[in-house]
Design a binder for this molecule. Structure first.
Ligand code: WTA
Length: 667
């Protein structure tokens, strides 16, 4: 088999972790579930897990078909479960359903009708509890608003909002009508917003004046004005009044949500949509400067997010569930909105920062609402560890029964702290590996079944067949590092990259014929447990947020002073990686101190504040191969170990590297 790993042909088949400066996790401790947890779990013991996994492996169509019938409400049943014309998959072909109906309407005929669907807390301390029935009214009204603006199935909307209830309401209203939504995280800049609106040809932007974070207003409407000025496709901008600050409203184009919403009918039937109708597009960083619009469709996505809610979070009717992500990222889509609501859960949403007004805000919220399941990121855990145990210890966290982690590898020390201090030693931790592209959790423990090993995502979900391979596509065997691939398509998988099926094919399916290339390095140990180590492409993971090195480089070279730029992720104790930029300047006199600050600000302006580089290093030249490619690997070594030990035979000018390495020692 011929395997193509562009730009990486020189990577040794093993030793990947060292090559990419990825962490090596210890495999010492094992935490089996307590008999008490097992006795109440949705999936009990390894036999329970094995039965599901084996069924899915042996008869995938029967497995998913049975679940789809039992777990999803259909307007029309599908003709067949699966169609695979690699790399394009269709699930539940010919079926008709509606995601909004599944997340709301079907619960209204059950005791869930007056159950809290969403519990929301704003950063200033305001709160709202929205029952399923109330959610139905709010979603129908806003769907009627969208209809009244002439929007219909197949149109695209952009949602650029703070973490307020109107955000999930907007998503569910779009889904109700078949309007494909794309949420742009509120931390993205006007430039990034514009690129996404244009790529989608969106007809409407749904936004707010601003939101609250660390006691300050994060303004949003100004960025929308700047972006939409160059987006002729946008006919309407709908604005929620959240902060009440002064904003400009453009006559004819901009409308207040509450004004349009007033007097709207509370009846809006959900539109029956095809199983493969585009539910949403979510942009994520790839290996080039241009973000990829990941497309998720209706039935397969809904089914697999619903099932993983039950399998991984062991969801019970009485649980209060809280995922601390922002809905601007995939975790929020799948595990704040669609998965929990489809499963009939109470999902908690918090608007602001974990340290506002103090480092115990999250623990206060858990104690206040008696949260049972809490899902967050290793970066957040590490940041809170640094503040000390006195913050969580001051609160009653005994309602918690299950903890989750997502977005990046969790180091065993952070795992142990989370387990001991937050979980009181009694809560299993589900370390969930997945990606924007996978739509739902693919590798994670079922907590009443699978013994945990800190730092490992443990075992694959039913229907998921991972493998760790070397450069030539051969399995590396137990305990060895290699590239993580997925050998079978799954219901919630990416369908294509919006407007770019060729890129979809080449990015994910062309490297190992017939298999999905994750872009992650991993090890599978002798027990079959997966240890995902991190990215092997030019994607950084900063605080669990994906960011492409190329995206930051393109932003930098758009600045007048910059000639060339190379960006690498530098290991960071809290955020996992931090953005480190090597920059060469055009001819001229520069104050490096001032320019460094300006360039950091520039990147924040071009991409968003979360992409602001930690470090800008000026250099006379960048290390390149004879063919002119920047050798990022060497730069990675410089920022990690401050020395260069790897193979440098293809380097054009070795002095560049020695200078860069030496420069650090001078600092
Ligand atoms: C990384 C977030 C180790 C991985 C849901 C993946 C993880 C990328 C884990 C996807 C985990 C996510 N252990 N690494 N539990 N979860 N990753 O698209 O590198 O924002 O490829 O999706 O995050 O990031 P994305």
């Amino acid at each position: 088999m011929r395997l193509l790993i562009p730009n990486r042909a020189h990577v040794p088949a093993t030793g990947l972790a060292k090559w990419y400066n990825l962490p090596f996790m210890s495999q010492e401790a094992i935490y089996p579930p307590s008999p008490e947890f097992v006795s109440k779990a949705n999936v009990q013991g390894m036999e329970g897990y094995r039965a599901l996994y084996d069924h899915a492996a042996e008869k995938p169509e029967e497995f998913w078909g049975e679940l789809a019938e039992k777990e999803i409400s259909w307007f029309e049943k599908w003709n067949h479960v699966f169609e695979w014309h690699p790399p394009f998959a269709k699930w539940f072909v010919g079926g008709k359903l509606n995601v909004s109906y599944n997340c709301i309407d079907r619960h209204l005929a059950t005791p869930r009708k007056n159950k809290a669907a969403i519990i929301w807390e704003g950063e200033p301390g305001d709160q709202r509890v929205i029952t399923y029935q109330e959610l139905h009214r709010l979603v129908c009204r806003f769907a009627n608003v969208l209809k009244s603006r002439g929007l219909k199935a197949g149109d695209r909307s952009i949602v650029y909002m703070p973490m307020i209830p109107e955000l999930p309401i907007a998503l569910l209203a779009c889904a109700r009508l078949g309007i494909t939504h794309s949420v742009v995280f509120g931390g993205f800049s006007a430039e990034a917003l514009k690129a996404r609106i244009q790529d989608l040809d969106a007809a409407v932007v749904i936004t707010a004046d601003g939101g609250w974070r660390r006691g300050k207003e994060v303004k949003l409407k100004g960025a929308v004005d700047e972006a939409v000025a160059e987006c002729p496709s946008v006919k309407d901008v709908i604005v929620v009044k959240r902060t009440g600050s002064e904003i400009k409203m453009q006559e004819g184009r901009d409308h207040w949500w509450h004004v349009l919403d007033e007097g709207m009918s509370e009846d809006c039937p959900a539109v029956p949509l095809d199983s493969e109708h585009p539910l949403y597009v979510l942009y994520t960083s790839g290996t080039t400067g241009k973000p990829k619009g990941i497309l998720h469709t209706t039935a397969g996505y809904l089914l697999q997010t619903t099932m993983t809610m039950k399998w991984v979070f062991d969801l019970k009717e009485e649980d209060t569930y809280w995922c601390s992500a922002d809905i601007g990222w995939v975790t929020g889509h799948s595990y704040i909105v669609y998965g929990p609501l489809s499963a009939g859960a109470t999902t908690l949403m918090y608007e602001g920062a974990p340290d506002s007004p103090n480092y115990d805000r999250w623990w206060r919220i858990i104690a206040k609402y008696r949260v049972n399941i809490f899902y967050t990121s290793p970066t957040a855990i590490r940041a809170l560890i640094r503040q000390g145990e006195q913050w969580p210890n001051g609160h009653d966290l005994t309602s918690l029964r299950l903890l989750g982690s997502v977005g990046e590898p969790i180091n065993p020390a952070a795992w142990e702290w989370y387990h001991r201090v937050i979980g009181g030693g009694r809560c299993p931790i589900v370390d969930t590996w997945w990606q924007t592209e996978t739509g739902s959790i693919l590798i994670a423990p079922m907590p009443g079944a699978v013994p945990l090993k800190p730092g490992s995502g443990t075992l694959p979900m039913p229907g998921i067949v991972p493998e760790v391979i070397d450069l030539h596509g051969n399995p590396v065997g137990p305990g060895k590092e290699g590239f993580l691939i997925l050998k079978r398509p799954w219901p919630s998988m990416i369908r294509t990259i919006w407007g770019d099926p060729d890129r979809y094919e080449s990015q994910y399916w062309a490297r190992v014929p017939g298999a999905y290339f994750t872009g992650d390095a991993a090890r599978c140990d002798a027990d079959g447990y997966y240890w995902v180590l991190g990215r092997v492409d030019d994607v950084m993971n900063v605080s669990g947020h994906r960011l492409s090195t190329m995206e930051v480089e393109s932003a930098l070279v758009r600045h007048d002073a910059v000639a060339e730029a190379a960006v690498v992720g530098k290991p960071d104790e809290i955020t996992g990686q931090a953005v480190c930029c090597f920059v060469t300047l055009k001819k001229g006199d520069y104050d490096h101190g001032k320019l460094g600050i300006e360039l950091r600000q520039w990147v924040a302006h071009e991409i968003g504040s979360f992409a602001r580089p930690a470090e800008i290093r000026f250099t006379d030249a960048l290390p390149k191969t004879r063919s002119g490619k920047i050798m990022r690997r060497l730069l990675r070594e410089i920022v990690t170990s401050h020395t260069v030990a790897g193979d440098v035979t293809t380097l054009e000018d070795m002095s560049v590297v020695t200078n860069l390495a030496a420069q650090h020692d001078d600092d």
